[in-house]
Design a protein around this ligand. Structure first.
Ligand SMILES: *[C@@H]1O[C@H](CO)[C@@H](O)[C@H](O)[C@H]1NC(C)=O
Ligand SMILES: *[C@@H]1O[C@H](CO)[C@@H](O)[C@H](O)[C@H]1NC(C)=O
Ligand SMILES: *[C@@H]1O[C@H](CO)[C@@H](O)[C@H](O)[C@H]1NC(C)=O
Ligand SMILES: *[C@@H]1O[C@H](CO)[C@@H](O)[C@H](O)[C@H]1NC(C)=O
Length: 339
């Protein structure tokens, strides 16, 4: 197949997809025949016999899972409990996807997950959890528990390979997090947006590359808070309660940072950033003036800001209030949005 035809096929598949499809999905029409030892109500495609699809079936419990299955999809059912023995024949399960069910913590107790010694992906988005599930297997790499009612996290201790944690749209407050993330030495991605935190969590691993804390109630940043993240690239703190007084001068002077979102806060001044920053979002604050020194310490042939996109709309800065030497600093900017 040439590349053109392949792209067309992808486009067709894309057009047919429902709301649940993401990177590991393909549409029902491609399932073909199911292999013989599959659970009768589910589909185990002959072309992909290690996967079992049991989505959208109004299931109230986990069906029989035959040996050999590594990828199990149980999305959009009415599963409200998981028996301790549900996965006894598939202890080498790698992906377990349980989004859009009715699971509560009291009905997923015991070593259900920790017995799965090969489990890499566990998704329990859109359920009725009030705490993170535990214990978890040390093999886990990707944990998604978004859109639950989680107020408290257990410890993730010993999960040395845990790389991605999605906890957005829960009800986490500062004391519900405490030191939950301590020691997660592989953690690169943490999404805690749409929760109820008033402080930045302590003890986050220095390995983080992406940290999303937007849509909380954070009003200040501890001194040197971001210094420990040597590779942090994407930071979102939009829709919080940040004002100038809560931000120590060097807070965002982080050389690895590529994207910083501080939109929808209460800032009057533009916080100083490192010259390496490429995308800076400051819309809908109370900014009154534009100071070049927020972006460039000094101006020179080799010293300028790498900013490409800068959003300043929804503030009190106008075109005429921009200083003339601005473009000597913002030399590579290709989009600056004002009101
Ligand atoms: C595991 O396999 C055994 C033997 O085939 C079977 O009797 C049992 O029901 C299976 N357990 C589950 C939870 O599917
Ligand atoms: C579970 O969540 C659904 C949807 O949010 C809700 O309608 C239902 O009442 C919840 N059930 C329990 C037992 O909390
Ligand atoms: C963590 O990942 C590495 C590399 O993929 C693997 O060799 C190791 O066995 C994993 N550790 C655990 C506890 O699964
Ligand atoms: C930012 O931090 C660097 C050290 O990483 C330092 O040399 C520089 O002066 C700081 N910039 C500002 C504006 O304070």
């Amino acid at each position: 197949m040439n590349l053109g035809a392949f792209t067309l096929l992808l486009a067709l598949i894309g057009g047919a997809s429902s709301q649940y499809y993401d990177d590991y999905d393909f549409p029902l029409s491609m399932y073909g025949r199911s292999s013989p030892n599959c659970a009768p109500e589910c589909n185990c495609p002959e072309s992909f016999p290690t996967a079992m699809y049991c989505d959208d079936l109004k299931l109230k419990s986990v069906p029989m899972v035959p040996p050999g299955i590594k990828y199990l999809y149980l999305r959009n059912n009415q599963i409200d409990h998981i028996d301790e023995k549900a996965f006894e024949n598939v202890t080498d399960l790698q992906w377990l996807i349980l989004d859009h069910n009715l699971l509560e913590n009291s009905k997923v107790k015991g070593k259900i997950f920790s017995k799965l010694k090969q489990l890499k992906k566990l998704h329990i988005n859109y359920n009725n959890l009030t705490e993170s599930v535990a214990p978890l297997p040390k093999s886990l790499e990707d944990l998604q528990l978004t859109h639950n009612k989680i107020t408290k996290l257990g410890s993730f201790e010993g999960l040395v390979n845990l790389t991605f944690i999605h906890l957005q749209h829960n009800q986490l407050k500062d004391d519900g997090i405490s030191a939950a993330f301590k020691g997660l030495k592989s953690l690169e991605y943490l999404d805690l947006s749409f929760n109820q935190m008033t402080k930045l969590p302590s003890g986050l691993p220095g390995s983080l590359l992406t940290l999303y804390l937007d849509n909380n109630k954070i009003s200040n940043i501890p001194d040197e808070y971001f210094k420990r993240f040597k590779g942090l690239q994407y930071l979102r703190l939009s829709h919080n309660e940040l004002a100038d007084s809560g931000i120590p001068g060097n807070s965002f002077n982080v050389s690895s940072l590529l994207e910083l979102d501080l939109s929808y806060n209460k800032l009057k001044n533009i916080p100083t950033v490192h010259e390496n920053l490429e995308n800076y979002y400051l819309e809908v604050n109370e900014l009154e003036k534009f100071e070049v020194r927020s972006f460039c310490k000094i101006l020179g042939p080799l010293s300028y800001s790498k900013i490409k996109h800068l959003r300043l709309d929804g503030n009190h800065i106008t075109q005429t209030s921009l200083p003339p030497d601005m473009y000597e600093c913002l030399r590579v900017a290709n989009e600056i949005t004002l009101n």
